[in-house]
Design a protein around this ligand. Structure first.
Ligand code: GBH
Length: 469
């Protein structure tokens, strides 16, 4: 029989579990909460969401004490959850504060800290207040100020107890396509504006924390991006170059300014070239001033990565200039291999643990070895308590991540599983289950039942060791 080998996580490594407000809270119009884009679109256009919405979701708005007890049962060091902007600021702006919303999060924070669990707050996880969306959402440069005003309220109300902050859980879905709220669908324009203003809002918030709060509160502020790995579909010279472009456009667009101050050169060149050929008067990629570059560069204590899957890349011929999109700017096609082991519940989730390690090593080598927290990693199935596939997925990814730490020297400081509960999985509604805990959505009580994976994760957080893959 083969010898069983166990590998240990570093002593100061922290384990957590993650959720987001819209996906679990419900209470969509409770106690003075305002309307956000998910409330709005799911209720106005139910067919686009298979008639599912987050009006009640897991009803964590009333069941948060039970949820904190479940988090505690898992034995984790921290709980990552998000604050619903509209619950705090019903119209999005800082002129009206909803004290009942503040109270809700105070209760959660106190329940967690009572049990010695560190809260990690994500300030924005996709549920933008509808009044701000009507003003253009993240395409409007004024959002930098709106976000900063909101963030200041969170720091001042919660920062005495919250030491781990994520400004934004970044994504461009809905800005470059019409499959997701806010359905802006202006590829090659809105996605760049969103990215640009997210970086500025994040950097403003980071510096505000350093200036106004750090001396008293001693916390860390980071930002979260999608940690997909991009690799060449076949190793031709053209495909390898296309893969470099894909990494620059998909990850570099956000990480390069944060770590080096500006967008990757290849992105600037490609967008400028195509913008000109397409007949625009200037590049569709916004520019940072010298001052902004200095301001954004290094504006994080950690980089959060949501690690799920891998994409393949192949080169394409220069698309004609009649159609604007970031994909055309990138001059590459991104796809997956249908033969890869896959989640039965969400098509994009292919099981690729090696990709996680490769991504981490690439971030280390390309961006000066920043401190990283894996803010999400998880697997979707269509239900069941005996979730052996989830355990297998988590086990293999954690192994790959530990190799990245121990062998490649990547500075991964923590890991958080997605998700505590089965929840509202955006356009998939309740059909895709990511939870360590099962939730019965047919039960008005939303009964929670721990799955096999919860037991597994609990053992991991206790032993802090994993079987070698
Ligand atoms: C996370 O994002 C989210 O932060 C979390 O809220 C969510 O529950 C979790 O994913 C699981 O989905 O349908 O082909 O257009 C991870 C990054 C970006 C992955 C959008 C899925 C859509 C691919 N996600 N992407 S597709």
């Amino acid at each position: 029989m083969d010898e069983i080998k166990l590998k240990s996580f570093p002593k100061d490594f922290i384990f957590g579990v993650s959720t987001s407000a819209y996906q679990i809270e419900g209470g969509y119009d409770a106690d003075g909460k305002g309307e956000n884009i998910w409330d709005h679109y799911t209720n106005k256009y139910p067919k686009l969401f298979k008639n599912a919405n987050g009006n009640i979701a897991c009803d964590s708005y009333t069941k948060f004490r039970e949820d904190v007890a479940l988090v505690d049962d898992l034995g984790v060091d921290f709980y990552r959850f998000s604050v619903s902007w509209s619950r705090i600021l019903p119209n999005g702006h800082c002129n009206v504060i909803n004290e009942k919303g503040i109270q809700y999060y105070n209760n959660i924070i106190d329940a967690l800290t009572d049990k010695g669990i560190q809260p990690m707050i994500t300030m924005f996880h996709w549920d933008l207040p509808m009044p701000l969306q009507r003003l253009g959402g993240w395409t409007n440069p004024l959002i930098v100020q709106w976000f900063k005003d909101y963030a200041r309220i969170l720091f001042s109300r919660f920062g005495d107890r919250v030491k781990l902050w994520v400004t934004v859980n970044k994504s461009e879905t809905g800005y470059c396509d019409d499959g997701f709220p806010p359905f802006i669908n202006q590829p090659g324009i809105a996605d760049y504006l969103l990215n640009h203003h997210t970086l500025l809002a994040h950097a403003e918030t980071y510096h505000m924390y350093k200036e106004e709060f750090l001396a008293k509160q001693h916390g860390n502020v980071g930002v979260v991006l999608d940690g997909r790995w991009y690799t060449a579909g076949s190793k031709s010279e053209a495909n390898l170059r296309a893969t470099e472009r894909a990494r620059a456009f998909e990850v570099g667009l956000f990480l390069n300014p944060l770590c080096r101050g500006d967008y990757p050169l290849v992105v600037k060149q490609r967008v400028a070239y195509r913008s000109n050929e397409e007949g625009y008067s200037k590049s569709r990629l916004p520019e940072f001033s010298e001052k902004e570059m200095e301001f954004i560069k290094g504006s994080f204590d950690f980089i959060g990565l949501n690690v799920y899957t891998t994409m393949l890349v192949k080169n394409i011929d220069e698309p004609d200039f009649s159609l604007t999109s970031a994909e055309h700017d990138m001059k590459a096609k991104v796809y997956q291999d249908a033969k890869w082991e896959s989640s039965e519940a969400v098509h994009w989730l292919k099981v690729t643990p090696d990709g996680a390690r490769n991504l981490l090593k690439w971030v280390k080598d390309s961006y000066g070895n920043p401190e990283i927290i894996i803010t999400e990693n998880g697997f979707a199935d269509s239900g069941g308590i005996e979730d052996v596939k989830r355990i297998d997925y988590l086990q293999r990814y954690l192994c790959a991540i530990l190799d990245a730490i121990l062998i490649d020297g990547v500075r991964v400081k923590g890991y958080s599983a997605w998700s505590l509960l089965d929840n509202f999985e955006w356009t998939y509604g309740y059909s895709a289950k990511f939870g360590l805990i099962h939730v019965d959505f047919t039960d008005p009580n939303r009964k929670r039942t721990a799955k096999k994976s919860a037991e597994w994760y609990k053992n991991l957080t206790r032993d802090r060791m994993i079987l070698e893959g």
